[in-house]
Ligand binder design. Structure first.
Ligand SMILES: *[C@@H]1O[C@H](CO)[C@@H](O)[C@H](O)[C@H]1NC(C)=O
Ligand SMILES: *[C@@H]1O[C@H](CO)[C@@H](O)[C@H](O)[C@H]1NC(C)=O
Length: 339
């Protein structure tokens, strides 16, 4: 009975979501069929029928959530089922984030200068990818070390801007070796502690030299350094204008609330979520900004959940919102490394 209802719902939805995506074919199948297709698309294998049944129930809930969200044409973005769709929101938050709370990192204690305070020309839009300062989207996998990916993206950017060369750098080195001050590998950490480590270690090696394993291991040799930094600075808190000045000069790592169901299933468009709050558990890099065709200002975020999430691994998220801390708190914990 339920599957018949889903099948009918799917037909209704497929006729409404015209011009959706190349994945539109998914909407013609029942939830069970969709789950099967989804399993093969994301190479998911369950250990037995009972696990499959319980995962299907979660998938079905997520599918329903996504489909009903997409029926509201007022939304400025779309959701889609993705590799996280058989996880509960709690499981998702526990596995794929990894920014420790502000009090654990010394975020607020350090007073550092803000070298970009007098930047006046930020332009209408900027995309650091087009300037060759952003490596391809990476995937943290099931390891709560977003903090390492956010830090590496910012260091890759500033290194390219300072030296002219873009080199993919090693998150694994940070996961294994940056263990001071509450950096705990796959159990969480913060980008600014990673910056301190890179400075003190006199560099970070390349991804190629120290590849990602999605698990914490013992710290290996980190030679040769592929990039060095002299330290980091903080963007003044809760100030999107200051953040704009900083991002106009280099990619910036930020904390963000990434645990909500909408964020989890974001697929395309300009993201906003008035309920996401400011209690950030996730870290990403801001690598640009602009204004959409519809006139909505956005930030361009590079995430570390692979290319199948969002807009090929990226999110455009609403910029210049009423709340000073920015959408989902993105202007509250913003730091950038100094070459
Ligand atoms: C879309 O927005 C309009 C205008 O604000 C509102 O009247 C309408 O109820 C909204 N539609 C949905 C489906 O929320
Ligand atoms: C910004 O300009 C003010 C006024 O000229 C100056 O005092 C300050 O040092 C400048 N800040 C930076 C970071 O250059």
């Amino acid at each position: 009975m339920t599957s018949i209802i889903f099948f009918l719902l799917a037909i209704i939805l497929s006729s409404r979501t015209s011009g959706a995506t190349s994945r539109g074919g998914l909407f013609e199948a029942s939830a069970i069929e969709k789950h099967e297709q989804w399993m093969s698309r994301f190479h998911r294998v369950y250990s037995d029928d009972s696990e499959k049944t319980s995962r299907f129930e979660i998938f079905k809930k997520n599918l329903k959530f996504v489909e009903s969200f997409n029926m509201n044409t007022n939304n400025t973005y779309k959701l889609d089922v993705n590799k996280f769709s058989d996880l509960t929101d709690e499981e998702f938050q526990a596995r794929y984030m990894g920014l420790v709370p502000e009090g654990m990192t010394g975020d607020s204690q350090k007073t550092v200068s803000f070298r970009y305070e007098n930047v006046s020309e930020t332009g209408e839009s900027l995309d650091w990818r087009l300037k060759g300062a952003v490596t391809p989207v990476k995937d943290q996998g099931r390891c709560g070390c977003c903090w390492a990916f956010a830090a590496v993206a910012a260091v890759e950017g500033v290194t390219k801007i300072a030296n002219g060369e873009l080199v993919s750098l090693s998150e694994q080195q940070l996961v294994d070796c940056s263990t001071a001050n509450n950096n705990m590998g796959c159990d969480g950490g913060s980008a600014l502690t990673a910056y301190d480590y890179i400075k003190e270690n006199q560099g970070i090696t390349s991804e190629e030299n120290y590849p990602y394993q999605a698990a914490q291991q013992t710290c290996k040799s980190t030679d040769p350094a592929a990039a060095t930094i002299s330290g980091y600075e903080a963007v003044p808190k809760d100030d999107e204008q200051a953040l704009l000045k900083a991002v106009s000069q280099q990619p910036v790592s930020v904390g963000i609330v990434g645990s909500g169901a909408n964020f989890k299933h974001y697929s395309s468009g300009i993201f906003e979520d008035e309920y996401c709050g400011t209690d950030s558990h996730h870290a990403v890099a801001i690598v640009g900004y602009g204004t959409s065709e519809e006139g909505i200002k956005y930030w361009l975020l590079k995430n570390s959940w692979g290319e199948s999430w969002g807009e090929n691994g990226y999110m455009r998220i609403k910029r210049d919102v009423d709340e000073p801390q920015g959408m989902c708190g993105l202007a509250h914990r913003a730091y950038y490394p100094v070459a």
